[in-house]
Write a protein that binds this ligand. Structure first.
Ligand SMILES: *Cc1c(COP(=O)(O)O)cnc(C)c1O
Length: 465
């Protein structure tokens, strides 16, 4: 008996499956005691999970039971208030819940033709963010998968503009000059995120890594020196608005002011930190961001959206569109119109309407709730930094600007940090992996979950005694 539509039609079987999945989702979203959890070795996981894929299915009940009892416990709960490593994720309940709706609704987020309603809502969020950062109302962009792809897409647009300008110049003048550099270059801080080097590798361009000050801030004089040295081969400068390792903001205003003397595209990588421009406490740190030609900020970091979402915004979206629109016979219907299609603004085509969870959450709670939650983490970071300075065995590496607090335990070597970190996770106490700076291992709290408390943090410090 064949039944090709079994997986798609509404039947008693599909009703039961949907109920199982939504009940699980509801419980997880409303749970306040989900354990931190931890990974297992591959062989152990394989043994526990057993074989789940064969010609006949094992059924939804069995499959979700494997997920609930074997797979999920082998995934660290990134929304745990004691997840303090890397950059944590803390989706608001509205955002996380709405992700279920996005999945259930078979939305296509790539074109206006197919997803106008979703694209409208995403664009309202992008316009709101652009206004918060002081960009003109004509600014716009797209939600892409993450800051890595956002940075790459922005830099590709920057180089495309420079190449177009160069070839226009060559056509206007006699072809003799040959001003094209043998290598294109992007200038950024030596403390910039690894995704800038990754983008440069993909683009086959060189990175000029400029040293930041001792405080971690990339300053205009250092950038000016690099621009003077490398001349017209520099097509873009990347300023970091909240470095990943320290949460330090570069001198955006000073770097932007160099545009008066040098011709470059200013890209602001605010994947982690730019969200803090929403907080009255930290807004001043981002002065100058309004001069960016492009910027990114990740909603899956400090804007409390689920994975995976990066807001990529261009000052002049037309430059992004020209660099990225894909052309083919089967796309002519989409590209021969002036409709706003998100696919056109980054190195991607098919896309989930991944900005909608943030839209729903912002619409639900209002921007004020975001400002308050972000401010609370900034304040908590400052408070725990004070506490670290008070404790005799601990040394603060740099005073925090945003929510990242980096400190050393006096007398510890890398092996001590590693053992301590493993103990914290094995005991299901906290997830704090070591980092390092200038060759010295350290401990690092990345604080952005509004449920993280001062007591959580001091209890972790107590384990270092
Ligand atoms: C996290 C981060 C990135 C990369 O973003 P993904 O979303 O992980 O790809 C880029 N830049 C900075 C400053 C970051 O903190």
């Amino acid at each position: 008996m064949t039944h090709p539509a079994r997986m798609h039609e509404v039947s008693d079987e599909t009703t039961a499956i949907v109920d199982l999945v939504l009940d699980y989702s509801r419980n997880r979203l409303l749970s306040s005691d989900t354990p931190l959890d931890k990974p297992l070795p591959p062989a152990e996981l394989a043994r526990l999970a057993g074989r789940t894929i064969g010609e006949e299915g094992i059924g939804a009940r069995k499959a979700i039971s494997v997920f609930e009892h074997v797979l999920a416990p082998a995934c660290i709960s990134t929304d745990d208030p004691q997840y303090l490593s890397f950059i944590p994720s803390a989706p608001s309940k509205a955002a996380a819940a709405f992700d279920v709706v996005v999945s259930a609704s078979a939305l296509y987020g790539g074109s206006w033709l197919e997803g106008a309603g979703a694209v409208h809502a995403e664009n309202e969020v992008l316009r709101w963010l652009a206004a918060e950062f002081g960009l003109p109302a004509s600014a716009g962009g797209v939600f892409v998968q993450g800051g890595t792809l956002g940075n790459l897409s922005a830099l590709v647009a920057a180089r495309a503009l420079r190449q177009a300008q160069d070839s226009a110049l060559r056509q206007a003048q006699e072809p003799a000059g040959g001003a094209r550099p043998d290598r294109w270059r992007v200038v950024c801080s030596a403390e910039a995120h690894s995704s800038i080097a990754s983008a440069a590798r993909v683009m086959d361009v060189d990175v000029v890594a400029v040293p930041a000050g001792d405080d971690g801030v990339l300053r205009a004089d250092a950038v000016a020196a690099a621009l003077a040295e490398h001349g017209d081969s520099v097509f873009a400068v990347v300023a970091t608005a909240g470095s990943t390792n320290f949460g330090i903001v570069d001198d955006l205003a000073g770097i932007a002011a160099l545009k008066a003397d040098y011709d470059f595209w200013l890209h602001v990588d605010g994947a982690y930190g730019l969200a803090a421009a929403l907080s009255p406490r930290t807004r001043h740190l981002f002065a100058g961001v309004e001069h960016a030609d492009s910027l990114v900020v990740d909603p899956h970091k400090w804007l409390f959206a689920p994975f995976d979402a990066c807001a990529l915004i261009y000052r002049d979206p037309e430059l992004g569109r020209r660099a990225h629109t894909q052309h083919a016979e089967y796309l002519d219907t989409l590209t021969e119109t002036s409709d706003w299609s998100p696919s056109d603004y980054a190195a991607h085509l098919t896309r989930r309407a991944r900005g909608l969870p943030l839209w729903f959450s912002l619409a639900t709670y209002g921007a004020g709730a975001y400002r308050e939650a972000i401010t609370a983490s900034v304040d908590l970071a400052a408070r725990i930094a004070d506490e670290i300075e008070r404790r005799p065995d601990l040394t603060l590496v740099r005073r925090p600007q945003l929510g990242v607090v980096v400190f050393e335990r006096d007398g510890w070597a890398k092996a001590d940090y590693d053992a301590w970190s493993s103990r914290l996770l094995d005991g299901q106490h906290a997830f704090v992996v070591p980092s390092s700076h200038r060759g010295r291992t350290n401990a690092r709290f990345a604080i952005l979950n509004p449920r993280t408390t001062f007591e959580h943090l001091t209890a972790i410090l107590d384990t270092m005694a």
